[in-house]
Design a protein around this ligand. Structure first.
Ligand code: HEM
Length: 479
C-alpha cells in the first residue's frame, strides 16, 4: 500500500513539475491570467462570447497580454496602435496563420487562402489581391447595381403585402449574388420558391460552417482531447459545400477559352496553367471559391443590417444622410467615383464598423520567428489574436464608445480596423466597401426605415455567423 502511495505521489510531482517548467516563461513574456493544466485560461471565456472574456482580460492586463488557449500559447493584442505595429509595421513576422485541425479541414488541407501559409498562400493571395484591386472591383459597379435592381424589384413586391420587413434576407441574397457572379458568372433568383435546391443547401451549409467555427472546438486547442473527438460533422458540412462548388469549377475547366476569360475562375485557371513554378494546382480552385463565397456574403450583409438598425434608432442621422444623398445626387444615384464627396455617408459607415466590429477577433495569426515587441519577447509559434472588439469599443480610445455617433469621425483620426491590417488584411475590403456605398446610398435614398414601435432596437450583438444584430423587422416607407 505504502509503495503505491509513494508511486502515485512521485507521478503527481513529476507531472506538476513538467507542467510548471513547460509553462514557465521568460520574465519579459507578456503578463496574463493564471493558466490551468490542459485548459489554460479558457475557464475565463464563455462559448460564443470569447470577445467579452478577452475584453475583460484586456482591461486587467493591458494592450498586449498572454494566455493559454487550452495548451496553445497565445498573445492577445487589443489597441489600434499595437495591432498596427505588429500586423503592419512588423507584418512579415506576424502574418502567418495559426492553423488548427478544424481550419485544416475547412482549407482542404492547405489548398485555400484563409488557412494556408508559405509560397502557396503568397501565390493565391497575389492573384486574389490583383483581381480585387480598387480599379478591378470598380468594374463590378454595374454588377452591383444590376443586383440591387433585382433585389429592389423583389422588395417592392413584398412591400405590396406588408411594410414590416426583415431586410437581412434581402441583403444576403444580394451580397451572395455579387460574389457568386464574380466567381462563377451566374446568379440566383430572389424569390425563395425559385432558388435552386443546390443553392439553398450551399447557403445552409455555409451558415453551419461559420457557426461551427465561431463556436470553436475544444480539441483544436486541448490536444489530449483529439483522439476522443470527432470532426465528422465538419467533414459533412464541407462535403455539402463542395458538392455545389465542384461541378461549377469542373464546368469552367471544361469550357475555358483562354482568350476570353469569363470570370474570376477562368482567370485563376489561366494563372495556374501559366505559372512556371507550379506553386498551386487546379484542385485548389474550389477551396479558394469557398473562402470568397463564405467570407463575402454574410459579412457585408450583416454590416448593412447594422446600419439600418443604428439609423432607425437615430432618425436624425438617417435624415442627415438622406439630405446628403439628395443634394449630391438629386436625380438618380451616386456612382463609385462620387464616393469622396459623401463625407457623412463615409462617417456613418465607419461608425457602423466601429460600433459593431462583426469579426471581433479576426482570424488567428502566428509568430513566424522570435520577436521583440515593445518590452516583450514573443516566441516563434505563439498564436496571436487581434482583439478588434476592444480596439473599437474601449472608453480609453473612444469617448462614450457605446453611443452611435458618426460625427466623432470628423474630429478624430483614430483608425477603425475591422478589416485588419498588413499583408493578411481582408482581401475583400474594396469589394465590400464598394457594395456598402452603392447599396447604402440607394437604399436610404429610396426608403425611410423606422422602428415598428416606440421601443429602440436592441443594440447588443449576438455571436452568430458574425457578430450580428438580434432579429428585427423594419417599418419601411417609400421616400
Ligand atoms: C464587412 C465586410 C468584411 C469584414 C469586416 C471582413 C473582415 C475580415 C477579417 C478581420 C479578416 C482576417 C484578417 C487577418 O487575418 O488579419 C478577413 C479575412 C478574409 N476575408 Fe474578409 N471581411 C469582409 C468582407 C469580405 C469579402 C467581401 C470577401 C470576399 C471577397 C472576404 C474574404 C476574405 C478572405 C478570403 C480572408 C482570408 C485572407 C487571408 O487569410 O489571406 N471578406 N476578413
Amino acid at each position: 500500500m505504502e509503495i503505491i502511495t509513494t508511486l502515485l505521489l512521485t507521478i503527481a510531482v513529476i507531472l506538476f513539475c513538467s507542467i510548471y517548467f513547460k509553462n514557465k516563461k521568460r520574465d519579459d513574456y507578456p503578463p496574463g491570467p493564471f493558466n490551468l493544466p490542459f485548459l489554460g485560461a479558457l475557464y475565463l471565456i464563455k462559448q460564443n462570447q470569447a470577445h467579452l472574456g478577452l475584453h475583460k482580460l484586456y482591461k486587467k492586463y493591458g494592450k498586449i497580454f498572454s494566455m493559454k488557449f487550452g495548451d496553445v500559447d497565445t498573445i492577445v493584442i487589443s489597441e489600434p496602435s499595437i495591432i498596427l505595429e505588429m500586423f503592419h509595421n512588423q507584418g512579415a513576422k506576424f502574418y502567418d496563420r495559426f492553423i488548427t485541425p478544424s481550419f485544416e479541414i475547412v482549407g482542404g488541407y492547405r489548398k485555400n487562402i484563409g488557412f494556408t501559409n508559405g509560397p502557396h498562400w503568397k501565390k493565391i493571395r497575389g492573384i486574389v489581391n490583383a483581381s480585387l484591386t480598387k480599379s478591378k472591383t470598380r468594374q463590378l459597379e454595374d454588377l452591383i447595381n444590376f443586383q440591387f435592381d433585382k433585389m429592389h424589384d423583389s422588395l417592392e413586391l413584398e412591400l405590396k403585402k406588408t411594410d414590416i420587413i426583415n431586410m437581412k434576407t434581402f441583403f444576403k441574397k444580394l451580397t451572395f449574388n455579387v460574389i457568386f457572379n464574380y466567381c462563377f458568372g451566374g446568379f440566383v433568383p430572389y424569390e425563395d420558391e425559385s432558388i435552386p435546391e443546390d443553392v439553398k443547401i450551399f447557403v445552409l451549409n455555409s451558415e453551419r460552417l461559420l457557426s461551427h467555427l465561431a463556436a470553436g472546438k475544444a480539441s483544436d486547442y486541448i490536444h489530449c482531447l483529439k483522439p476522443f473527438s470527432s470532426y465528422q460533422e465538419l467533414h459533412n458540412i464541407m462535403d455539402g459545400i463542395m458538392s455545389f462548388i465542384k461541378p461549377n469549377v469542373e464546368y469552367h475547366i471544361k469550357t475555358l477559352d483562354e482568350n476570353k476569360p469569363r470570370d474570376f475562375i477562368d482567370n485563376l485557371i489561366i494563372e495556374i496553367k501559366n505559372d512556371p513554378a507550379k506553386t498551386i494546382d487546379v484542385s485548389c480552385i474550389q477551396n479558394i471559391c469557398v473562402d470568397l463565397l463564405v467570407g463575402g456574403t454574410d459579412t457585408t450583409a450583416t454590416t448593412l443590417q447594422w446600419m439600418i438598425l443604428y439609423l432607425s434608432n437615430n432618425p436624425h442621422y438617417q435624415e442627415k444622410l438622406f439630405q446628403e444623398i439628395k443634394s449630391i445626387s438629386p436625380d438618380g444615384f451616386p456612382s463609385l467615383s462620387d464616393r469622396g464627396k459623401f463625407t457623412f455617408f463615409n462617417a456613418v459607415l465607419k461608425e457602423t464598423f466601429r460600433r459593431s466590429p462583426i469579426v471581433p477577433l479576426g482570424l488567428s495569426h502566428m509568430v513566424a520567428e522570435d520577436a521583440q515587441v515593445e518590452q516583450y519577447f514573443l516566441p516563434k509559434g505563439t498564436q496571436v489574436l487581434a482583439n478588434f472588439y476592444s480596439a473599437s469599443l474601449d472608453e480609453s480610445i473612444w469617448e462614450e464608445p457605446l453611443v452611435f455617433n458618426p460625427m466623432r469621425h470628423f474630429n478624430s483620426q483614430s483608425p477603425v480596423l475591422v478589416f485588419s491590417v498588413g499583408p493578411r488584411k481582408c482581401p475583400g475590403q474594396n469589394l465590400s466597401e464598394d457594395e456598402l456605398f452603392l447599396i447604402g446610398t440607394k437604399i436610404f435614398k429610396l426608403f425611410k426605415f423606422s422602428r415598428p414601435s416606440e421601443e429602440l432596437f436592441d443594440e447588443s450583438p449576438v455571436m452568430g455567423v458574425t457578430l450580428e444584430a438580434k432579429f428585427f423587422n423594419s417599418k419601411i416607407e417609400l421616400r
